[in-house]
Ligand binder design. Structure first.
Ligand SMILES: Nc1ncnc2c1ncn2[C@@H]1O[C@H](COP(=O)(O)OP(=O)(O)OP(=O)(O)O)[C@@H](O)[C@H]1O
Ligand SMILES: [Mg+2]
Length: 240
């Protein structure tokens, strides 16, 4: 499989905090790469760098062979990079369907008719069909999480960044997200997935990137990662 994403020596500091520190890794097309690490390890900062919300101090983000480290966010969205937010940001006074249409029409640049068709499919995929007309402000946690993923999918991504979509859910609900994300990958989308829940990170990804203090601590199969003494050490005394 060809590489869709190559992160080369990427660094970003906030004052004295090295949030991402000389980080390098590769992702194959169609892969699910899980990303774990203690609170503050730099996972969300890495997503902000890949999606373009912040610019790196140094390093490259090679997407489909092109360095996009300083490309603007909306351009990256049109190129097919989408993300979910750790703190969801839906339009609360709009319906679920309307939230998706915004992503599809503005994010992916499609016509209303095309968008509507696509959004209906995404609602089915994410288990939201029955609630498409519900106002987002009234939704329970599980549906807000579904919507967060659905909104990202509405922009038609080839690379999807998922930031802690399963936190606070029951085991059965986490299993549902595993199925949804595996379904998304089956359609050819490459996924980077940050999550603290061990069950999700054992069953979901093909490989895991373990981060600590902004650096790469380990990359490999999930079982190898969780059995690694280095990885076990950073989680000792960590409440997650
Ligand atoms: N905009 C910012 N300004 C200042 N410091 C920041 C900013 N964003 C992140 N940081 C700091 O950078 C470090 C990495 O933060 P980041 O949010 O990337 O961690 P994380 O791995 O996503 O953590 P968590 O698991 O808690 O979500 C932390 O020390 C954080 O306080
Ligand atoms: Mg985070």
């Amino acid at each position: 499989m060809p590489e869709i994403l190559k992160v080369n020596n990427l660094s970003k500091s906030f004052g004295k905090v090295r949030a991402v520190h000389d980080l390098s890794f590769k992702v194959d097309q169609g892969e699910i790469l899980g990303i774990i690490g203690p609170n503050g390890a730099g996972k969300t900062t890495l997503f902000n760098l890949i999606s373009g919300e912040i610019k790196p101090d140094a390093g490259e983000v090679i997407f489909n062979g092109k360095d996009v480290a300083i490309t603007q966010t909306f351009k990256k969205c049109r190129m097919g990079i989408a993300r979910t937010y750790q703190i969801p940001r839906p339009f609360l006074n709009m319906t679920i369907l309307e939230n998706l249409l915004v992503g599809s029409i503005y994010g992916a640049g499609k016509s209303y008719k095309e968008s509507k068709k696509q959004c209906v499919r995404i609602l089915e995929k994410t288990g939201l069909s029955a609630k498409s007309g519900a106002l987002v402000g009234t939704l329970p946690l599980l549906d807000r999480k579904r919507l967060e993923l659905a909104k990202a999918l509405a922009t038609n991504p080839v690379l999807l960044l998922v930031d802690e979509v399963a936190g606070g859910l029951t085991e059965g609900e986490v299993e549902e997200f595993l199925r949804i994300i595996h379904g998304v990958r089956k359609e050819g989308v490459t996924v980077l997935w940050v999550e603290h829940i061990v069950m999700a990170m054992t069953k979901g990804p093909d490989r895991l990137l373990v981060m600590n203090f902004g650096r790469r601590l380990f990359v490999g199969r999930p079982d190898e990662a969780f059995n690694s003494p280095d990885v076990q050490k950073i989680y000792l005394g960590d409440e997650d």
